[in-house]
Design a protein around this ligand. Sequence first.
Ligand SMILES: NC(=O)c1ccc[n+]([C@@H]2O[C@H](COP(=O)([O-])OP(=O)(O)OC[C@H]3O[C@@H](n4cnc5c(N)ncnc54)[C@H](O)[C@@H]3O)[C@@H](O)[C@H]2O)c1
Length: 319
Amino acid sequence: MKVTDLTGGRPVAVIGAGLVGAGWAIVFARAGLPVRMYDRAPQVLESAPALVAQQLAQLDAYGLLPEPADVIRARISVAHSLRDALDGAAYAQESVLEQVDIKRQLMEEIDALGFADLIVGSSTSGFPASDFALNLAISPRVLVAHPVNPPYLVPIVELVGSPQTAPSTIDWTHQLMEAVGQSVVRVNKEIEGFILNRLQAVLLREAWTMVADGVASADDIDKTIRDGLGWRWSFMGPFETIDLNAPNGVADYAVRFGPLFHRIAASRDQQRPWDAQLIAEVEGQRREKLQASQLNERRSWRDDQLMKFAVHRRKAAGG
Ligand SMILES: NC(=O)c1ccc[n+]([C@@H]2O[C@H](COP(=O)([O-])OP(=O)(O)OC[C@H]3O[C@@H](n4cnc5c(N)ncnc54)[C@H](O)[C@@H]3O)[C@@H](O)[C@H]2O)c1
C-alpha cells in the first residue's frame, strides 16, 4: 500500500527533535509524508531544520535519496506547540529524553488533547510501554517503535505493544514502517530492552568481563567483532549462522557445540556491575586508541562508513 494511502494523506509528527527525532523526520519525509517536528526546547527546534538539511545533504552525496534533498526537506515543518504538531496527524513518533516520568507526562498531555485516532509510537530504547502508557484513553493506540540511530540508515524497528495496545495499532504501525522503508521486528511480549538491546547487553556483559579478567584488551575484543563475527552479522543473524556452521544444520550444531555454549553461559551466572575501576581501565585503553578530542571526527567517519555500506547493500539487493 502507498504510504500516503495508509495515512490518508495526513502528516506525521515527530515529538522530540534531538538526534533520533531528526532522523525519524528524514525517514518519513523521504517516503513522501509531510512531517511536523516539535521539541519543548526552543533552541533544539530552531536548530533541527539545519541538522536535517545537513543529514539530507550527506545522504544525497551518496546517492541515497529518491528525490532531491530540498524536495524532501520541504516536507518537514516545525510546530511550536504539541497541539499544532499533532492536530490532524495520523501518527506521532515520540522521541523525547529516555526518562520514564517525562514519557509518562507527555503521554498524559497527548491524551488530554483528545485526538481520537492518533497512533503514537515511542522510540524508547528499553522501557516497555506499560511503564508510561497505561490507563489512558489513548493506551490502545500507543506502542513502542524502537529504532537504531540513525533510523534513515539502519532500518530495523522493534514494535512492542503493552497489554493495553490494540492489535490493530501494531498492525497499522507495521504497515507504516514497512511503507517508509524500515525493517520491522515484532516483539511479542514486553521485556526491558526489547531484542536488540538485550542481545547487545549479553555481548557487552561478556566483553567487560573479559577485560576485567585480563583475557584480552578492549581493542582485541573489538577486533574479534570487526574482523570476525561482524562480517557475517551484517547479513545474517546468530541462528542462521549456526544453521550453516554444522553439516546438517542447527540441530546438528546443537549436538556438536551445545555443551560448550552451555558451559560458557553457566560460567557467567554471577553478574558484576561495571565498576569504576573497570570503566577507567576501558576508558584508558580507548583513549590510547582515540583521543577524546577525536571522538567527533570518528563519529563522522562511522556515519560515512554506514552510508557506504548502505550503498553497497542497495547494490547487492539490486535496487
Ligand atoms: N541516541 C540513540 O542512539 C537512540 C537509539 C534508539 C532510540 N533512542 C531513544 O530515542 C529517544 C530520544 O533520544 P535522543 O538520543 O534523540 O535524545 P536527545 O537528547 O538528542 O533528544 C531528546 C529531545 O527531547 C526533547 N524533549 C524532552 N521532553 C520533551 C517533551 N515533553 N516534549 C517535547 N520534547 C521534549 C528534548 O528537548 C531533546 O531535544 C530516547 O527515548 C532514546 O532512548 C535513542
